[in-house]
Design a protein around this ligand. Structure first.
Ligand SMILES: [Zn+2]
Length: 356
């Protein structure tokens, strides 16, 4: 049997994770994940590379490949073999969409030919301190280490949505001493060679790729990657989170609340992507989406913000908000029944109590 550490990176989620029980459950409300490594042609020389549920993206040029998100070491090892076989040019650049442990690790296999680039926030999240984490996994006792309770409190509170899954902690506590250091969590995460602040442009083999920081949302170190000639944009865990499948109309998991970022900044960062001239949103999760789809994800956050803000002005309690804010226009979205109240609570906490 494979060591669990090798298998689990493919199970990891950025906006929480399903328990292994739920992962294989027949419950139609439970997220369903596919695991099959694949390369999918998008347009021109642009391809999606992923394992079925997590995706990166790469552009092939005569002088090499520009890749965003190696996902994990097992996947990137497979991908390198595929790229060598199919294209016979080296990977020259690796871009991290953000520093989270289920999208960015694995660049070591490309390190001999590639320059690794990320937003400057990644440097802070790799400086040895407790990094910004998805799924409401925070340093609850302020000891700088990831304890089992940091994982299990959100996992137990919102099974299948926030935190990770029972047994996950043991996979990151590499030396088994009962605490996981940030270094243990990021053991497969290669420190970038270049950090940028606002935006950056790459040119390789006559093709141009634009990197930009859209603002904070799911993470505080986010990069969106724009391929102007291909009119395609890539970003992970924003716009389409890990619960999204082929239809973008899916309520956000909203952990933490909203990952510790003001909801207004989420909206601003979605608009930064919308402002691009693109036809295809090929993100780290879900299918291929268009600009209307991206707008609908932003509109949900705007409606949530507006309705909870108005309820605060009207003096409603959180319980009253949960009873009265029905978000009816989203009743046919995935996870509406499961996550409507959670989204209201997340927005309420985000707008009132959470210290950013
Ligand atoms: Zn993430």
């Amino acid at each position: 049997m494979k060591p669990i550490k090798q298998f689990l990176p493919a199970l990891m989620l950025c906006l929480g994770a399903v328990s292994t029980n739920q992962l294989f459950a027949q419950d139609e409300d439970a997220p369903v994940f596919r695991f099959a490594n694949e390369i999918v042609h998008i347009t021109g020389d642009l391809y999606r590379a992923g394992n079925g549920s997590w995706h990166g993206i790469f552009l092939v040029t005569d002088e090499g490949i520009i890749l965003a998100d190696p996902l994990n070491l097992e996947f990137s090892t497979w991908l390198k073999e595929q790229l060598d076989e199919r294209f016979d040019v080296p990977v020259r650049y690796v871009i991290y969409s953000h520093s989270h442990f289920d999208h960015a690790p694995g660049a070591a296999v490309f390190a001999d030919t590639a320059t690794i680039i990320a937003h400057e926030g990644v440097a802070l999240n790799m400086d040895g301190r407790y990094p910004q984490m998805p799924g409401d996994m925070i340093d609850r006792n302020n000891n700088g280490m990831i304890d089992e309770e940091d994982i299990m409190v959100p996992t137990t509170a919102d099974p299948g949505i926030c935190g990770m899954f029972p047994g996950y902690f043991e996979t990151i506590d590499l030396n088994g001493d009962g605490v996981a250091t940030p270094a243990e969590l990021q053991a497969d995460l290669v420190r970038p060679d270049i950090f940028y602040s606002e935006r950056m442009s790459l040119t390789l083999g006559g093709k141009t790729v634009e990197l930009f920081h859209p603002g904070k949302n799911h993470g505080d170190d986010m990069t969106a990657v724009y391929f102007p000639e291909e009119r395609t944009v890539f970003a992970s865990d924003m716009i389409a989170d890990a619960l999204v499948r082929d239809d973008i109309r899916s309520l956000p998991s909203a952990c933490g609340p909203l990952d510790g970022t003001p909801i207004a900044e989420w909206i601003r960062s979605y608009k930064a992507v919308e402002a691009l001239d693109f036809e295809i949103f090929a993100g780290g999760h879900g299918g291929f989406f268009n600009k209307t789809d991206v707008a609908s994800a932003r509109q949900f956050l705007e409606d949530l913000q507006a309705q909870v803000s108005q309820a605060l002005i009207d003096g409603l309690s959180l319980d009253e908000m949960k009873q009265q804010i029905m978000l009816e226009q989203y009743a046919d979205w995935a996870y509406y029944n499961q996550l409507r109240e959670k989204n209201i609570e997340a927005a309420y906490l985000n707008l009132t109590k959470f210290r950013f």
